[in-house]
Structure formats: C-alpha cells, structure tokens
Design a protein around this ligand. Structure first.
Ligand code: MG
Length: 257
C-alpha cells in the first residue's frame, strides 16, 4: 500500500494512493494509517489535492556515515557502530515544498536517503524482529549546512533548520528495502547513485541500535544515511531524490525571503 497525507479543500487527511500516473487517486483513511486502516469512502483524483509530508513524526533519527564511500568523501573513516543524531520534527516538509536556505549559511548540501517509518510504539527491538515495527519506507533529503556542521562540532544547527527534512512523496508499505537503488539529481544531473545493499549498518541493525536508546513512536522516521556524491544546492535548483520501488521526492530550493 502507498500511504500519504494530503491537503484538499475538505481538509488534511491520511490517504491510500491507488493507481498509476494521471489516474492516481487518494482514498481517505479514517483517523490514522497504523494497523489495518479503515476508509471513509471519500476519494479525490491525486492531481486535485496537494501531497504533504506523508507522516507526522515525534522525532527524526538519522544515521551518519552509513555508506563507506560517503564516509571517505567526508574525510573520515566509517564508524564501527552507528552514529546517530536527531533532526527536529519542525524541519519536515512535504514533496514540492521549498527548501529554504538560511542566510547564516553559505554551504547547504543535499543528502538523498532512504527513510524508515516506524509503525508502532517499541523499545529494545532485536534485529531479528525489527521489520515487525516498520510501517514502510519513504524518501528523504537530509539537507545539511556544512559550514554550520564544521563550526559547531555537532550537528543540531547544521541539520535542524526549518525545511531541512523533505519527506515523501508517500510511504510504500510492501517494499523490500534491503537492495534498492537510491539516486539524487540536481539540475538534471545525477549526483548520487548507489544501492541500499551498501548500507554499512542495515535496517534491522539500525532499528535495534536506535531502539536500545529511545522509545520509538508510530510515525517516527529513521534516515538511513546518504551515499557518496553530496554537494551544494543554491536558490533556483530543484533536488530530486529517487528510491527504486517508492518514487521521487522533488523540492525546489529558495533563498529566505
Ligand atoms: Mg545524512
């Protein structure tokens, strides 16, 4: 199932997105998308509504340097155990929403990533049972102000600006995410292309590691790390991150007005 969230003239709703291409429709889910959703009976052509970020997260947990080639391009070795950090949920925006460049940074980078969406409250989840707590997968851009990252020695400011966590276009609940292509394109040029099979710490290991630290709630999002090829974005660019089997997350880049 493809789960999304939309704004329509009738309000904001979770939906199941059905069909392909121009014929896609958004079928309204009653209340929330966890467990087995029930439907209200209302639906809209997808072209008539606006896709929002597909989930409301209490937190976004990110894995740093989880592809060897990206760790190398950042000038470091890949850490033996996962390194985690948080993005505030206020950094989340949906597909098509602008990434707003903060005036305090001169070096904002894209980071295309596969995102895991948690489906139920959990703590201390063993890797062998980790996929049981996954609602599905979506596409993310871990937008990062590199100059802030260097200046601060930790990443809260660099990664935490409003609009620095585009998510979408929807959550694919039936994907086997263990070996899918991930790519990022800016200005029509492919900047990143890799496969999730190259994750140093795979999704079950990541869920075990993170849930050993903090309780995960339904809707929480884990960004699994970016492959090599990160680079700058400037006002006027559009960033397209594509994960095979999910879709493309597209966001324009604008200067703060
Ligand atoms: Mg990242």
């Amino acid at each position: 199932m493809r789960l999304g969230r939309i704004a329509s003239p009738d309000g904001v709703a979770f939906v199941s997105i059905e069909g392909e291409g121009e014929a896609r429709t958004a079928r309204e889910i009653a209340e929330h998308p966890f467990g087995t959703p029930t439907f209200t009976g209302r639906s809209w052509p997808l072209a008539d509504v606006r896709l929002l970020a597909p989930i409301l997260a209490s937190k976004v947990i990110c894995i740093g340097k989880n592809y060897a080639a990206h760790a190398a391009e950042m000038g470091g070795e890949a850490p033996e155990e996962p390194v985690i950090f948080l993005k505030p949920n206020t950094s989340i925006v949906g597909p098509g929403a602008p990434i707003v460049l903060p005036p305090s940074s001169n070096e904002v980078h894209f980071e295309g990533e596969l995102a895991v969406v948690i489906g139920r409250p959990c703590k201390d989840v063993p890797a062998a049972k980790a996929l049981d707590v996954v609602l599905g997968y979506t596409v993310a851009n871990d937008v990062s102000a590199r100059d802030h990252q260097r200046q601060d020695g930790q990443w809260t400011r660099a990664k935490g600006h409003d609009t620095f966590c585009p998510l979408g276009p929807w959550i694919e609940t039936t994907l086997d995410a263990s070996d899918v292509e991930i790519s990022t394109e800016v200005g029509g040029e492919v900047k990143q292309r890799s496969r999730t099979s190259l994750l140093l710490h795979d999704i079950p290991k990541i869920i075990e590691w993170v849930s050993a630290v903090m309780t995960l709630l339904p809707g929480d999002v884990i960004l699994t790390g970016t492959p090599e090829g990160v680079g700058p974005i400037v006002a006027g660019d559009t960033v397209n991150v594509t994960v095979e089997g999910i879709g493309t997350l597209s966001n324009p880049v604008v200067a703060k007005g």
